[in-house]
Design a binder for this molecule. Sequence first.
Ligand code: GFB
Length: 319
Amino acid sequence: MNPSFTLRNKRVWVAGHRGLVGSAIVRRLAREGCEVVTAPRESVDLRRPEQLERWMRDVRPQAVFLAAARVGGIYANDTRPAEFIYDNLAIQTTVVEAARRYDVEKMLLMGSSCIYPRMAPQPIPEEALLTGPLEPTNQWYAIAKIAGLMTGQAYRRQYGCDFISVMPSNLYGPGDNFDLMQSHVVPALIVKAHNAKLANAPHIDVWGTGTVRREFLYVDDAADGMVYFMQNYSDEKIVNLGPGGDVPIRELVQLVCDVVGFKGQLRFDTSKPDGTPRKMVDTSYAESLGWRAKTPLKQGLEETYRWFLDNVGPQRAVA
Ligand code: GFB
């Protein structure tokens, strides 16, 4: 299949346009000269084929970014496994089949670095997929995402659909979910440091030991990568997206506290799970195809805190 595909003058559906990634893709597509379409949440439940197919029949998107998913941080994943596996399997199956039936020319599916085995070699090459057991705290989500990328591969093989998949590392940025029971670590720490600063609190609670490492990709970089690969890639092989470097959680907390201006102590709550010890993706394949991330972590955190202040703060945020 031809790797070059232009979005110009195309009708492009961003599935999940209200989420962290979907909203960043919509922002990024403003430069591509395409028509962005979105499915109204009230009438189109992406888990229900009949609702989606009615909408597809009317709207006929030519390209699709599948960024709709049930997502959450370590606590949400660990405590709501049924929602994470069911919703993601259902959304992916429904959207992939509808894209085939309604002749979508190109679709990009989004996975996550948690698809790789817990003890994968670091940095993790794409070939590590399915070579070992998954991290228990997010295995339900990971299994659904593995099924998603393989559904795309199967449709490519059997029906010749031009479906591709990318696997970003942990994402953060403007538009994130700041609810502490659902969020990932970056928005959680922003809320905690911000609230503690306003309350003049002596410390903040950080989950786990702080020694595990994570790799944080700024969401506008991720969206840029997705738009790039949509237009310049057509293959069954999955593509890792990452900034090319990870940090221990302790160092991330320090950075967030600097950005927010909180000067108190850190208290590590080791009754909370650490999750996987490390998941840094090998980005050499993406780089060989001509793409790399741009935004340094400190700068991305500053942008995210600014967005938080404008949209969630500056009053005491939800605890
Ligand atoms: O971002 P996070 O929830 O997701 O947690 P995972 C990353 C690390 O930060 C873990 C620690 O070691 C957490 O224990 N952490 C410290 C905190 N303080 C906090 C806090 O206040 N809130 C949160 N949430 N974490 C998710 C997966 O794993 O990553 C998903 O569950 C998905 O499936 C996503 O893949 C990208 O990196 O551990």
